[in-house]
Design a protein around this ligand. Structure first.
Ligand code: ARG
Length: 606
């Protein structure tokens, strides 16, 4: 469906034109004086200069033209209930109740509630999550996972072909550290017997909990024991050069770790289309280096191979991108370039979106520039790095455990769930089991909404008390609104069933038409609803999930005011009552579809 703002602008543009002014002045925005009007057009002010007239005279002309247009199309539902030219030259507009009701009926009749698919199947790669294999997920990985999942869902909803890739860190020093630690602990394993010629065991020589203990132990050891560190580097290098026994251990590490990662991401409601990683980029690297040399882009500098990326208009001078270190090891940037070559071959996407911590800013500037300079990515392909701010503790520093360590994701989730559970149990309306189940659903909403409601690039403070509150701009508040509507709808159906009119009447409430608003609160709620398609499109275009959060917060508030001032179930006129039910059902549908895009669900009760 066309957006309300566009539909109103169409009329206003036509009015400008019919008065002999350029149609472009007919831009309509939401009013910034909601006490005076709902929408406004400031075009008369700009037109005044061009036509050497007083703005108020132009606004007056246009207002008269709009009224004339309405009369000429008598019979059709008029768009505006009020059109006013006010000093110094504003055009103040109010939508007619009938028009708004008809617009919402249009939304109700569409699967996506009026959102149009602007994507036309274009492929977009979203690179998010970015977990490092064999290292526990920590809170630093939280934002990219949550935000990436939302961006992917919004894109798919809008008709893009979103390909989400976790892009694992699976090719680094952690592998060598684990291999050498394992050698010291279990030297009898065949992987360490140079003369072994048989088949390596299918079974991994460690469980996930052992692996989780091995890596930190090895990592700590490497910081004290230089010799051990050198061994780990050597093992990493041999693994990367294809040494079969180490490849076999690597595969075990991958299998054990992946199962665990999938579980962890699953508990965040985060899924990926591709589980690729840095290791998948390796086959492309020799050809990549050769090509960059052949094109004259890569050159030797202090033993390393580098590509210049600086541009004269950069505010500060940017260092070249290192493609190969002096010891021959490939680097993070090299593997990202290799990955781009593979992605071009497999998907030739129209856009790349990478979501990471903001500390990787320079890395992505370098990678994007090399990719474009070398022609691996077409000039028109968009490459975006969404940089996430940090999640801080109440002390304003990156979030830590009480003991000061890095907080693991699963512990963080547990902490939130517990806090929600305590809140639910305060009222004790649920069995313990039901409360546990609900607190998982609500906890996830608290966590995700707490994150997504902030601008991506901004730091925010992780505050369990605030995030889990059932009031204010929080996930639980949104869920509470949905649950409340569900309960009203259930009671309505029950009452009808009791009166023996279940089928007929419930169909009537679904099929009948929306009624024009009877109160300010109802109209505000209806107008909020009508902005849904606009909000989803803007939130995706600006890659700004917080806009979607802001919208559902305002929509929930508007519902709250409507609910507080309207007797819905006690309404005696059955037609009126059915109208209210249609309206709040649409509110529920829009809220549910928004939280689906944000990546969480509502419980049945709370
Ligand atoms: N594994 C990296 C990290 O933990 C993030 C990977 C981001 N994606 C990429 N294509 N570089 O920092």
């Amino acid at each position: 469906m066309k957006k309300i703002l566009d539909l109103t602008a169409e009329q206003v543009r036509a009015a400008f034109e019919s008065c002999g002014y350029a149609a472009d002045y007919g831009k309509v925005t939401l009013s910034n004086r909601p006490d005076l009007c709902e929408y406004q057009c400031n075009g008369a002010m700009a037109a005044a200069k061009a036509y050497h007239k007083k703005p108020i005279d132009i606004a007056g002309d246009v207002a008269a033209a709009l009224k004339r247009q309405a009369e000429e199309t008598a019979g059709a539902v008029p768009m505006f209930s009020s059109v006013e030219a006010v000093m110094p030259g504003f055009l103040n507009l109010k939508l007619s109740g009938d028009y708004l009701a008809a617009y919402l009926d249009g939304m109700r009749s569409e699967a996506k509630l009026g959102v149009e698919e602007c994507g036309s199947g274009e492929t977009i790669i979203v690179d998010y999550g970015g977990a490092n294999v064999a290292k526990p997920l920590h809170v630093g990985h939280l934002r990219t996972a949550i935000i990436g999942e939302c961006i992917k869902r919004m894109g798919n909803y809008l008709g893009y072909h979103m390909v989400g890739d976790v892009h694992l860190g699976d090719w680094g020093l952690q592998m060598g550290l684990i291999i050498e630690e394992l050698r010291d602990r279990k030297p009898e394993l065949p992987y360490f017997d140079e003369n072994f010629t048989g088949e390596y065991p299918q079974e991994a020589p460690f469980t996930i909990s052992e692996l989780e203990e091995i890596y930190p132990a090895a990592s700590a050891r490497s910081k004290e024991d230089e010799n051990f560190r050198a061994r780990a580097q050597e093992a990493t290098f041999r693994l990367q050069s294809g040494y079969a026994p180490f490849r076999a251990i690597w595969r075990h590490i991958m299998n054990v770790s992946l199962a665990d990662l999938k579980k962890n991401y699953g508990s965040l409601n985060v899924t990926f289309d591709l589980w690729k990683g840095e290791s998948d980029a390796q086959p492309y690297i020799p050809g990549l280096i050769e090509d960059l040399q052949k094109k004259g882009l890569a050159y030797e500098s202090e033993g390393a191979l580098v590509v210049d990326i600086a541009r004269p208009d950069d505010p500060k001078e940017l260092p070249p991108c290192i493609i190969r270190k002096s010891d021959g090891a490939a680097l993070y940037a090299t593997s990202d370039l290799g990955t781009i070559i593979e992605r071009e071959r497999d998907y030739a996407p129209a856009e790349y979106i990478y979501i990471t911590d903001k500390r990787q800013e320079l890395h992505f500037i370098q990678v994007f520039r090399v990719a474009k300079k070398a022609g691996y990515v077409k000039p028109e392909t968009k490459m975006t790095h969404m940089m996430c701010g940090t999640m801080n503790g109440k002390d304003g520093k990156p979030f830590k455990t009480r003991a000061g360590g890095v907080m693991r994701l699963e512990n963080l989730i547990r902490e939130i769930d517990e806090a929600v559970y305590d809140r639910i149990m305060e009222n004790r309306t649920m069995s313990e089991e039901e409360a546990r189940e609900a607190s998982r659903t609500i906890g996830l909403a608290a966590l995700k909404y707490g994150d997504l409601s902030n601008q991506v690039s901004k730091d925010y403070v992780f505050d369990v008390d605030r995030f889990t509150s059932f009031e204010g701009n929080t996930g639980p508040y949104i869920l509470y609104t949905i649950v409340r509507i569900k309960s009203i709808l259930a009671k309505y159906e029950e009452a009808l069933a009791a009166a023996g009119k279940a089928e007929g009447a419930s169909a009537a409430s679904a099929e009948g038409r929306m009624r024009p608003a009877q109160s300010e609160e109802e109209k505000t709620l209806m107008r909020k609803l009508s902005a849904y398609n606009d909000v989803v499109e803007t939130a995706f275009a600006e890659k700004a999930p917080h806009r979607l959060c802001q919208f559902i917060y305002e929509l929930s508030d508007a519902f709250g005011s409507f609910y507080n001032t309207t007797m819905i179930l006690k309404e005696e006129d059955p037609e009126k009552k059915a109208g209210y039910i249609r309206l709040i059902r649409l509110v529920k549908d829009v809220l549910e579809s928004c939280i689906g895009l944000l990546g969480f669900d509502a419980p049945d009760r709370m």
